[in-house]
Ligand binder design. Sequence first.
Ligand code: IPM
Ligand code: MG
Length: 373
Amino acid sequence: MTYKIAVIKGDGVGKEVIEEGMKVLDVVAERYGFSIDWREFPFGAEHYLKTGEVLNDSSLKELGKSDVIYLGALGDPRVKPGILEKGVLLKIRFGFDEFINLRPVRLLPTISSPLQGKEPRDINFDVVRENTEDFYVGMGGRTKREKQHETLSIIRELYKAKFDLDVETDSEEIAYQIGVLSREGCRRVITYAFDLCSSRGGKRVTSVDKANVLTDIYGLWRDVFEEVASEYPSIEYEFNYVDAVTMYFTTNPERFDVVVAPNMFGDIITDLGAAIQGGIGLAASGNINPDGISMFEPVHGSAPDIAGRNIANPIAAILAGGLMLRTLGENKAADSIENAIKTVLSSGKVRTPDLGGRSRCTEMGDAISREIE
Ligand code: IPM
Ligand code: MG
């Protein structure tokens, strides 16, 4: 079996950590009897600064010829915020309708959580973030004019929606952003969360929203959540407001099995999730379309301040590679990666600076590879 994997190393430490991920995946592939045909794509800041291109439709098609996509990180101080994020990352997430953003939150052995006294068994849950809707749909505007007409639209495989807006204001300038959720969009991601809860033998699914203020958008979310929940009578459920859930992440992380959240709140709480599992260098993420092309990446960004120094922690990227193999059905290989990481951490010899050590990024990749071998 040969898997075609598109690789976008991207910017900053993205390049460094993905190279370690590729190293480990090649070793695990050899060991478990499959191979990987890596196809590199140059998208990111360098490419944009050189060519003015982010990622066009034909490149998207090209990416779609692979089985999965492996991404480092995007972002560069020379490029205005939003260009690469929307032009590459969100373009892929939306373009391949990767509606699930799976972000496991697990405290690994020997890693100290900033939460005092917490053990790996206390911090072990999955956040399922909706990945295509909400305030991420990119519909909004700014106007300084008294009257303005705007047509905004959202085009998805699942549905289309169009807004004709007559904006009238006497303000100096107003700005607005429209968030959209659809019944179909909510249902598919909430269903995934309940299925995930059953498959991990979990007890409870927690819904995150702000239905006490944003009553329309998250009112729909809650309605759909309740409908889906009623189809899983053996799984408990609860609603948490997003502000409260940040508190429970820090006071009672053991209460969570699967947490399902709309896109923007999911973004925010998964950085907190990464923090409580010991740092952003350890948090992996899968942008999943169960019937399409999925993309795997570390949760962290390009970290320009430490880029090029071979000191980034590649564990998040390597774990993302493991998640990728699991999605491809290579469960033994994925287990082997996770176990190797645990063993290396437990031995305590190789630790990158974020974990209080002095090891290099490449040394961590080597140690994990050796362990798998
Ligand atoms: C993430 C990131 C992205 C997001 C940015 C870079 C667009 O923060 O993957 O969590 O907001 O989804
Ligand atoms: Mg984020």
